[in-house]
Design a protein around this ligand. Sequence first.
Ligand code: TRP
Ligand code: ZN
Length: 500
Amino acid sequence: MRRPAALVLAFTVVAVACTSGGLDDSADTTATTAATTTEAPTTTAPSTTSEAEPTTTEAAAPEVSAELSGVGDELFPLLGNSGYDVAAYEIDLDLTGDELMATTVVSLTATQDLDRFHLDLVGMTVDGVAIDGEAVTFDRDERELIITPNAPLTEGDAVAVTVSYRGTPEPVADDAGPFALGWQTREWGTFVASEPSGAASWFPGNDHPTDKATFRISVTVPEGVAAVAPGLLEGIEERGDGAVTYRWVSDRQMATYLASVATGPFTITDDAGPDGVVIRHAVVTARADDLLADLDSTVPILEWMVDRFGAYPFESYGVVTVPDDLAFALENQTLSLFGADFIDFGDDFADQIEAHELAHHWFGNLVSPARWQDIWLNEGWATWAEYAWAADQGFADWDELAAEAPFFGDMGPLLEVTPTTLFDAKVYIRGGLGIEALRRTVGDEAFDAVIDTWLTRFADSAATTDDFLAVVDEITGDEGGSVMRAWIFDDEMPAFPAEG
Ligand code: TRP
Ligand code: ZN
């Protein structure tokens, strides 16, 4: 029996547990410093920055504040932070030494008066924090980097927060699935797989999709290694000792969980795609011809999606194929991550997964979930797009998927998810079938208007299931609204309507 690709995606992420364990975490940077001890920045400033020495502060040590840590995500109370809004991240990574040397500049605006604020950062050793160039005191507590400005910020203040840090990034092992998320180190190089909670393993930030920002990511790698990151390649500079700095820039809004870097034995392509989109793949050089032949489908799939969803929302698109079997693919923004196994699935399946990850660029990346509980909006829509595309090509069938659905486990209500069941099969399959049920009920014209309104209204932002239902109600009235509600909320998965 042919297994629907959505199931492959949903189920095999679990297999990652077996392959991502052996990471080198020799640099013990456990962020367990008690909240009451103020960790003074060390005096050895990293070579890349020339910051002022920290001023000695006698101020009472900051405590973890319940109001400042977290944005109120019920499933992930510690993700993100309150009190400010990030406009831009500038991340500089140097991978030429034994450990990662990094500087991240977070440009943020206070949305309230702040005598301190938090960034999310897991592991790593923080060497110093500066606000607008002036060293400040900071503290660590689990995933919170607690920063105390020398003078409180006033609502509306825009500042640049520079964090200098180093170490061996440790993937985040929290409740979000049985495997570690975030920065991953392999013999051949590195990659990032963060969704939902791994971004803090490699840069300090406001790690929640409700606070998107632009990203400039520079990566310095030894001779012979390539580095890719989201957006466009601004330049490549040689450092003199053979090391090379790749500067990548994305001026479009991006959620932290979608930011990524991959370094390794890659060939990076650069082609003009439709409507000025740069098609940029990073493929394992030893297999470049085969892989690029497999990726011939990118542009036709992109054209199909532009036709259905509207203009592609970002500057570039491509796939990074890593040498290992990962048993997953992931929609990192402008740079979907594919394990070798997911490219070698055979043409139809590999293309179907490609369609899935590309579809996420509208559903998930352009419009993101405002709470992780709303993850079905990502996976349901990507599954819908993947099947609609594959059905158009003649190798997938909705009614077959509906008939098979119960064999893939719990198909219960879509908002009943926990951190460990966030990517369970129902989120994909019941989600995708529910959206197709909406289309079959209201017809293509109203359905396309729902897509258009959803993507226009919430572009570069994040939205909830209620926001989606409001769009469905507005455009299709009770006809679509009641069908969609049944597919989201009913205890039993509803009967799949016939085409008509
Ligand atoms: N969003 C991925 C998909 O397209 C699944 C996924 C979620 C994932 N979190 C992940 C894959 C972390 C790898 C690592 O189906
Ligand atoms: Zn997906």
